[in-house]
Design a protein around this ligand. Sequence first.
Ligand SMILES: [Ca+2]
Length: 380
Amino acid sequence: MIARKTFLATAALAALLTGTVAHAQRINAGDRTASATLPFAAHAVADFDTPWAITLLPDGRMLVTEKPGRIFLVTSEGRKTELGNVPEVAASGQNGMLDIAFAPDFETSSTVYFTYVEPDAGGSRLALSRAKLSLSQDRATLDDATVIWRQTPGGGGGQPGGIIAFDPQGKHLFLTVGDRMRPESAQDPAQARGKVLRLELDGGAPADNPFVGDGDVQAETWTTGHRNPYGLAFAPDGRLWQHEMGPRGGDELNLIEQGKNYGWPVVSNGDQYSGAKIPDHDTRPEFAAPAVYWNPVISPAGLAFYEGAMFPEWQGSALVGGLTVGSLIRIAFDAEGRPDEADRWDMGARIRDVAVAADGAVWVIEDDNPGRLLRLTPEN
Ligand SMILES: [Ca+2]
């Protein structure tokens, strides 16, 4: 009996230590270089005006958003149908039409969720909308679109965030909200800026969120202290990963855990664009440190976990687009679940988003006008 207790205590201690190691890990992957030798062939199937997000339908078709405000239904051969009933967006700089995702029950409900920056008297605000996707042979519309969440307070510049992810149970929607270029707002619990939110599928605040009872914004908040998050996805093991653009030299890959504060703008492994120093993460252990950071930066955009048959060696890896480095990046996880950049492939273009199809092909879009939609498959 005592031996068994000792064993359990040892196992618990080992798990704790493993967890501690995982949290303490701060790999700088910023000095990695891109390989011009690609382990895939890239086939361009369509062009878009500044495409921002791709999401795949169960039947292999896709929805592709364009930042200036359009959304297209696209076949795997590249045939495009523009969606009707798309709301007006405030398109400027980083703002405009952003992410789109299918509801967990899409096959029976036809429900989609999408984010955009909407015009507002106070400037603009990030909005999350829910609609029915109505598809016929040559027509596609967003019906009954309803905004179910709005950034409060409104206003701010670029850096909207806007990435949608559903938990593996399909019960909750997670949403990244950028700091809208108001850094101090990321630490203000009363402002829905610089946060990752956890919402009910109707936009309400779940009763078991960490800051329920502290006010409307707080009730929706899952984590705090983010800057410009353009990547959020659940790994096959159920953990939630996020990446965000830091200031000069401070891009981050973070393991997102309930109630934690990720430090922006108090700490960062980068510096201000002015050159002013920001204390590093290791000076303030009360803030969750990134598992991987990039100094110099990659400008991460889009995050998808690979599960599929075409690239068996990528199983469980995270794929990330790189804007400033013009690359597709693969992040691999070791036996303890610790991530590191494993591959960086030179795509010759700013990569804005990445998605994995049911057949194992990888789809990426280029941040440009025209920006291409590319299908990546193994050579031969
Ligand atoms: Ca941070």
